[in-house]
Design a protein around this ligand. Structure first.
Ligand code: GLY
Length: 375
């Protein structure tokens, strides 16, 4: 039986508008699917060692069918590649491959590759087009859409970057089959985010369907990715440069960034896991401030537990700083204004808003309570 026709989600940004294509078996069809974007039949694919090992040959074979010649530049897998040295390597490789202003580069990989390749394209010859082919769930539902690109500084995550929208995003759901369970669940933390921040009906659906999509149901996966991408596309179309609504996508991220810093951006805690735990803390904070019902944080936590996702500070192995230490790490967040971090709070499931005047003692109380459950 052939796969159903791919879904298309438009991202409306005037002359920089583009489509997100979501379906099965798309990598192998990449030549036919992507040929319209190339002025001349050649490209460079930026990828990492792991993803290249799994998917580069399929992508190249697909491109070859349409007569598109592709070179590849690979960087080591992992967050450490969002760095000045790897940016230099990618930019120099694109120049050496004689990529011109009218060419189109392909980013094949997870969030690290999309961010790194996208930023390289933003600065190469003052801007070269690129296509995102995201291969992790996190990249498919979040980072490949919306044009945030960049690298990390030793002083913090994503501190160097540019908005540079992709020309097209092609999401092949089948590549999720090669993700390990932990990576898949980490990306799922970002899927749930869309329900929690603005679509209670989607959260209800995820409560019913979450375990099916975790266990490999392709239809459920396509539906979840499409609904997530549609939510993100809507937000990005209305607030591309994060002057307002787009900040809601940072639900759980103020806590998450502190936890990631505290665990050294290591395998101890993946970004999506930190977001899930941070989301739980954001709901606990909202409840403590009397904004949402007391049962709401438990409902969120129960869904994470049902999925097998990390849900609380007790799920982080090894030592953590005390509440004071975590609050200091939050003050390093890139969204800090006058030293005060922004929090995304919720009046209920599907009803989030940005707040810059959260009483520090409420944040401390939430952290102290969460830390006490580790003992
Ligand atoms: N990942 C958050 C954003 O794209 O705004």
């Amino acid at each position: 039986m052939s796969a159903p026709a791919p879904r298309i989600v438009p991202v409306a940004l005037g002359e920089r508008s583009y489509d997100v294509l979501i379906g099965q078996g798309l990598l192998a069809e990449s030549g036919a699917r992507l040929a319209p974007f190339f002025r001349r039949p050649r490209t460079v694919i930026v990828s990492d060692e792991t993803v290249a090992g799994l998917h580069l040959d399929t992508l190249k074979a697909g491109l070859t069918e349409a007569g598109i010649a592709a070179e590849a530049v690979r960087v080591p897998s992992g967050e450490a590649s969002k760095s000045w040295p790897m940016l230099e390597r990618v930019v120099e490789a694109l120049l050496a491959a004689k990529i011109e202003r009218d060419d189109v580069v392909i980013a094949l990989g997870g969030g690290v590759i999309g961010d790194l390749a996208g930023f390289a394209c933003a600065i190469l010859r003052r801007g070269v087009a690129f296509i995102q082919i995201p291969t992790s769930l996190l990249a498919q539902v979040d980072s490949s859409v919306g044009g945030k690109t960049g690298i990390n500084s030793p002083l913090g995550k994503n501190l160097i970057g540019a908005f540079h929208q992709p020309r097209h995003v092609m999401i092949d759901i089948d590549v999720l089959d090669t993700l390990d369970g932990r990576q898949f669940l980490a990306g799922y933390g970002e899927v749930v985010k869309y329900g929690l921040l603005g679509d209670a009906g989607f959260f209800d659906w995820l409560e019913r369907m979450g375990t099916r999509l975790r266990d490999g149901d392709k239809g459920a996966r396509i539906e979840a990715v499409e609904r997530s991408v549609a939510a993100k596309a809507g937000i990005v179309s209305r607030d591309e440069k994060e002057n307002g609504e787009r900040a809601l996508l940072n639900l759980g991220h103020t806590f998450a960034h502190a936890l990631e810093a505290a665990t050294g951006y290591s395998d101890r805690l993946l970004h999506g896991e930190a977001v899930a735990i941070g989301t739980g803390l954001a709901f606990a904070l909202s409840s403590r401030l009397g904004l949402c019902a007391q049962e709401t944080p438990s409902r969120v936590g129960e869904h994470f537990a049902q999925m097998g996702l990390k849900r609380s500070l007790a799920d982080i192995e090894g030592s953590l700083p005390d509440a004071t230490g975590l609050i200091e790490l939050m003050a390093q967040d890139k969204k800090v204004r006058d030293g005060v971090p922004a929090f995304i709070l919720a009046r209920g499931i599907g009803d989030a808003f940005v707040s810059r005047d959260v009483p520090p003692e409420a944040v401390r109380a939430v952290l102290e309570e969460a830390l006490s459950q580790r003992r």
